[in-house]
Design a protein around this ligand. Structure first.
Ligand code: FES
Length: 319
C-alpha cells in the first residue's frame, strides 16, 4: 500500500455545487475545490461542519496558564460539531485551470452530518485532505470485485472509475439494510437480480462499465441477506480467481470480515478499508488505532487508521 506522504495535502475552501438527498438519510455532496491535490480511491477528507469563519455558536473557553480550563454545564453538554468529520471520496473530476469537483456521499449519523445535510449550493466549506492511503491497483491481475456495504459503497464508486481506467474487468456487490437505504440509482431499464449476482442495473457503476449486484437485509431489493453470499456464489463461477482477481471491500466490519475470510481461504488477494472514529485524520490524536499483525511478542501492533490506513491487506488485520 502506498504511503500518504507521497500525496500532498492541505486545507482548502470548497464551494458547494450540489447537496441532494439520494435515499433515506443519505446525501450526495459535490464540492468545487480549486487546485485540490491529486487523490486516489480509498483516501478521505476531513470536512468542517460549520461555515469557514463562522463564530455563531462557538464557545471560547479561557485556559489560564497553570490552571485547568473551566467549562459551564452548557459547554459540556452542547452537541456543537466541534471536530471535522471524516468522509471518503466517492469520485473526482478535474477540469481546466485547476478546477476540481469532489463527490462525497454521506449518511446522517450525528450532529455534524445533520448540519451538513442543510447546506445549500453556493455556500463554502473547509476541506482538509486528501488523507490516508489508497487502494492498490495490482498491475498483474486483470479482474477486480468490489464489495461495499452502506456508507462503504462511496469509495467503491471512485475505485470503479480507477479500475476502468486501468483496464480491469470489474464487478460490484452492494449491500444495505433495505432498498430505501441504498445510496445508488437504478437504471430505468435495469433489472436487479434476485440472486444478488451482477447485472447492468446501477447507474453509478454502469457509467464505468461495471455490472453490479444488490443484497438487502430485509429482501426489499436483490438478494435477501448478507452481500457476502452472492459474492461467494459468483466466486464459485470464476475459473481462477486466485490468479486473476483482486477483491476490495469497505463497509460494516462483520461484512468485511466475512469477505476477508472467504478470500483468505481461497488464496485471493483482498484489501479492505477500516473505519474508526477520527478526530484529527493526520496521525496526531491517536483516536483511530487498529490492530495489525506484526513481528512482535503478541503477534500484532497498533497502527493508525488515518495515516497507516484506512486501507489494509485483509491478511494483516487482527479482528
Ligand atoms: Fe487522529 Fe488518527 S485520527 S491519529
Amino acid at each position: 500500500m502506498s504511503k500518504v506522504s507521497a500525496s500532498p495535502r492541505g486545507t482548502f475552501t470548497g464551494e458547494v455545487l450540489a447537496n441532494e438527498q439520494v435515499c433515506d438519510g443519505h446525501y450526495r455532496l459535490i464540492l468545487d475545490v480549486p487546485h485540490f491535490p491529486p487523490s486516489r480511491p480509498g483516501q478521505f477528507v476531513q470536512l468542517q461542519c460549520r461555515y469557514p469563519g463562522e463564530r455563531e455558536g462557538v464557545h471560547v473557553v479561557e485556559w489560564p496558564p497553570g490552571q485547568a480550563p473551566k467549562f459551564t454545564q452548557a459547554e459540556l453538554t452542547d452537541r456543537e460539531p466541534f471536530l471535522r468529520r471524516p468522509l471518503s471520496l466517492a469520485g473526482r473530476r478535474d477540469h481546466a485551470r485547476g478546477a476540481v469537483e469532489l463527490d462525497i456521499l454521506y449518511r446522517i449519523s450525528g450532529t455534524g452530518t445533520a448540519w451538513l445535510s442543510g447546506v445549500t449550493p453556493g455556500k463554502s466549506l473547509s476541506v482538509l485532505g486528501p488523507l490516508g492511503n489508497a487502494f492498490p491497483i495490482d498491475a498483474g491481475k486483470p479482474a477486480a470485485a468490489l464489495i461495499g456495504g452502506g456508507v462503504g459503497i462511496p469509495p467503491m464508486l471512485y475505485l470503479a472509475a480507477a479500475l476502468q481506467a486501468a483496464g480491469k474487468k470489474t464487478v460490484a456487490f452492494n449491500g444495505s439494510r433495505s432498498s430505501c437505504l441504498l445510496p445508488l440509482r437504478l437504471l430505468p431499464a435495469g433489472k436487479v437480480r434476485p440472486d444478488g449476482l451482477p447485472s447492468h442495473c446501477i447507474a453509478e457503476f454502469a457509467a464505468w462499465g461495471v455490472d453490479a449486484g444488490v443484497a438487502t437485509d430485509d429482501g426489499s431489493l436483490g438478494f435477501a441477506g448478507l452481500v457476502s453470499r452472492p459474492f461467494e456464489q459468483w466466486l464459485d463461477q470464476q475459473p481462477q480467481p486466485d490468479r486473476d482477481l483482486v477483491v476490495y471491500t469497505c463497509g460494516p466490519e462483520p461484512m468485511m470480515k466475512a469477505v476477508a475470510e472467504i478470500c483468505i481461504s481461497r488464496n485471493i488477494q483482498c484489501y479492505l478499508s477500516l473505519e474508526r472514529h477520527m478526530a484529527c485524520g493526520m496521525g496526531t490524536c491517536q483516536s483511530c488505532v487498529c490492530k495489525i499483525k506484526a513481528d512482535t511478542p503478541q503477534g500484532w501492533s497498533f497502527k493508525l487508521c488515518c495515516t497507516d490506513g484506512p486501507v489494509f491487506d485483509a491478511r494483516a488485520v487482527v479482528w
